[in-house]
Design a protein around this ligand. Structure first.
Ligand code: ZN
Length: 280
């Protein structure tokens, strides 16, 4: 910032998001000022009507409302963020007083644009958490499967349909659980994971629902670990309510992990059992 090249550009040193936020702030001030233009008409309007019991009340409302509007404008004006916009404008203008480019800029809609920009940032951040391993290469897939079979030699795994389908089968307590994972590839290289606990009765249906509501939808390693947790965390009571059976006499059909700090200081993942109704 501050180099001769940077100073020659309008908005120098500010990225698009900062400029949009600043314009949104100015638009908000403009709206407050526009609203205050109506202060006098609002105050005197009650006197244009025949006198009635409401006259004084409406007059008082007009005065107080306008005072509040003025105070809000003052406080917004004095805010550090607003002042730094003015400061930036001054600097930018003294570096380059040619405002012809600004003609092409819309004068309204900045509050809306700033809101959308904030939402899309939030969404992108959400996606990046969601899509760990979202572009799953064949090598990566083979690696995840190899690591998993090594960690869980007692879980039977079958890979089918050119690695588009994974079948995991094991005994959990006295029931055999079978899970099928389907990997749906999309044209952009991303993938979606569909998982199902095979069976047309409970608890299999509940298990399918609980797996489907997993937080990291497209993380294959996380999904396989969750499936394995139906063997390793078996027959225990619910981590939320502490009971073995819930009100519908169902055992905990969900598995969720949590990070715990182990003695070495490194975070360790453990899996816990939950009733379907005890999931957040
Ligand atoms: Zn519970």
């Amino acid at each position: 910032m501050g180099g001769p090249d940077a100073a020659a550009q309008p908005g120098a040193g500010w990225d698009e998001a900062q400029c949009t936020a600043a314009l949104a702030r100015l638009e908000e001030l403009q709206a407050q000022i526009d609203n205050l233009r109506l202060a006098i008409p609002r105050i005197i309007e009650p006197f244009h009507r025949p006198p009635n019991p409401m006259t004084y009340k409406l007059y008082a409302q007009g005065v107080i409302g306008s005072q509040k509007g003025l105070e809000a404008l003052k406080s917004q004006w004095m805010q550090h963020e607003t002042q730094s916009v003015f400061e930036h404008v001054k600097k930018s203008f003294s570096a380059d007083a040619n405002l012809s480019e600004s003609v092409t800029m819309p004068s309204h809609g900045w509050r809306e644009r700033a809101r959308k920009a904030r939402e899309s940032i939030k969404k992108t951040e959400g996606d990046s958490v969601e899509d760990i391993g979202a572009t799953l290469t064949d090598e990566h897939l083979s690696q995840i499967i190899a690591d998993f079979s090594q960690t869980h030699p007692n879980l039977k795994m079958e890979i089918r349909d050119d690695k588009r389908s994974i079948l995991v089968r094991f005994l959990s307590g006295c029931v055999t659980l079978k899970f099928r994972i389907r990997i749906e590839r999309e044209a952009n290289g991303r993938h979606k994971l569909n998982a199902q606990c095979l069976g047309t009765t409970e608890p299999f249906l509940a298990i399918t629902r609980c797996v489907a509501s997993r937080p990291h939808t497209n993380d294959l390693k996380d999904l396989l670990d969750m499936i394995a947790a139906y063997k390793t965390v078996e027959g225990t009571s619910c981590a939320k309510c502490g009971k073995l059976l819930d009100n519908s006499a169902m055992t905990p059909t969900a598995r969720r992990n949590k990070q715990i700090d182990s003695t070495g200081g490194a975070a360790k993942t453990t899996w816990e059992a939950f009733h379907e109704d005890c999931l957040e």
